[in-house]
Design a protein around this ligand. Sequence first.
Ligand code: PRP
Ligand code: URA
Length: 209
Amino acid sequence: MGQVRVFDHPLIQHKLTILRDRRTGHKEFRELVEELAMLMAFEATSGLPVRSIDVATPLATAKGATIAGQEIAVVPILRAGLAMETGILRLMPTARVGHVGIYRDPSTLEPHTYYCKLPPDIGERQVLVVDPMLATGGSAVESVDLLKERGARTIRLMVLIAAPEGIRRLHAEHPDVDIYTAAVDERLDDHGYILPGLGDAGDRLYGTR
Ligand code: PRP
Ligand code: URA
């Protein structure tokens, strides 16, 4: 069964609290999502394998380390995942990026895919799918379905807030996918929004409501 890792670093929890606040405007909201994604990616990559190498300093040779093993592909779910992509690329500027466009129908809550463009070697990479919200889990399941159809084999999901309903659904359909999150909230409301959550992530990021 897939794991759920909750990142409880004080900086992550501090920034998440400001993000949730209804008074936080879209400029600060976007900056916080970027910062949170960067901090969470730092935590998520703490177990990456490294290989020892020598490096010539101006004075002598030092023992160093370089990242080894599978390379990473970051896959934001449009549109709210885009702000997370920006933060992660500050930490890993050479990571390849794929994009999956999915929106949730507001009445049925069913996911609808409208775009998918992935690096051609996606099957050889560790894939990190990013989206601020895991609510019903429909969008996450749809994106993992798409990624697997196109050959991805090692997939993780990183979200800022997860609902128990979404965790259960993703792990029921894709038990091999670990979830990284900054919080597991209480439940969904009647419209599929996470409680207490932070509202509509896309609208708060881009000021569209
Ligand atoms: C939001 C969010 C997730 C999805 C989560 O996107 O960014 O992708 O809802 O809900 P689910 O787990 O129930 O599928 P939305 O569909 O609002 O699209 P947007 O990013 O274009 O605003
Ligand atoms: N999508 C959001 O943006 N927020 C929620 O609470 C649920 C889905």
